[in-house]
Write a protein that binds this ligand. Structure first.
Ligand SMILES: [Zn+2]
Length: 273
């Protein structure tokens, strides 16, 4: 029996308890089975005990791969898809609404208010997200360089976050590469899908890890990748705002002083079981 046959049988045996999850970048829905008790336990455990937020994201990826009943390529999921799938998993597995107690961050107010998280708003914003593909080329000393840019895969997004995290935690590296500056400088790398030199595609770029991509790009003229204007960096900043992920979440406003509360719901923390 082939793997598809096994998946079908599994899918049938879950019957009505399966649910459908929409993946925006693929414009396609996938069938998922409910979380097991063990998976729920790992999620609560890791969210309480681990400081490392990246590890928590990898656990979510493993859960997507384990609970999706169809063939889904984790490598092809964008960061937006990831938010959408995770919001669906929360919505379809936990009956109780997510209610948060939020202390107002305006020091003159300090009101504590409760917030009911609306997962449908997140799902809707993911569904309406406009994915882009941009080409950028530049000729430097008779060599023509071209890149194709589009929304990051979740793997590349996590590779980038992990790299910045490693620098932050290492004193020596932090001195060599100030984390905030490095964060901006390396931001575009997660958006690069393909690279061409004189119209010839560099085949292996796609398969490189984030760290190897940095090393690989070091061989390119710096003004092409990191220049202040007319560079990959400036094109990415122009087309893919750094707030694109935060924009998937509602603004949380203190009911008393009307101040907008930063970071209450964000990519790293909205998935609470
Ligand atoms: Zn307030």
């Amino acid at each position: 029996m082939n793997i598809e046959g096994v998946r079908k049988i599994l899918s049938n045996s879950f019957g009505e308890s399966t649910y459908s999850v929409y993946v925006p970048s693929m414009n396609q829905s996938f069938s998922f089975k409910p979380l097991s008790v063990g998976q729920r336990k790992s999620i609560s455990k890791i969210s309480l005990e681990y400081e490392n937020i990246i590890e928590y994201q990898y656990l979510k990826l493993a859960i997507i791969s384990e609970t999706c009943l169809e063939k889904i390529s984790i490598e092809e999921l964008t960061d937006i898809d990831f938010v959408s799938i995770v919001a669906s998993i929360r919505k379809n597995n936990i009956v109780e609404p997510l209610k948060l107690s939020v202390p107002c961050d305006n020091t003159d107010c300090k009101e504590k208010f409760s917030l009911l998280v609306d997962f449908d708003v997140i799902l809707d914003r993911c569904k309406n997200y406009k994915f882009k593909t941009i080409e950028f080329e530049k000729t430097i000393s008779d060599t023509q360089f071209k890149v194709v840019l589009s929304d990051p895969s979740i793997i590349d997004y996590l590779g980038y976050q992990n790299y910045i995290d490693v620098i932050r935690k290492d004193k020596e590296l932090s001195e060599m590469m100030p984390p905030n500056k490095t964060k901006v400088l390396l931001y575009p790398i997660q958006f690069i899908k393909d690279i061409y030199i004189n119209n010839e595609l560099i085949n292996d770029f796609k398969d490189l890890s984030f760290v190897d991509r940095i090393k690989f790009l070091d061989e390119f003229p710096s003004s092409f990748i990191y220049g202040d204007d007319n560079s990959v960096l400036s094109k990415v900043i122009e087309n893919f705002e750094s707030s694109r992920l935060n924009a998937l979440f509602e603004d949380i406003v203190c009911p008393k002083c009307k101040a907008i509360q930063e970071g209450v719901l964000a990519f790293d923390n909205f998935f609470i079981i």
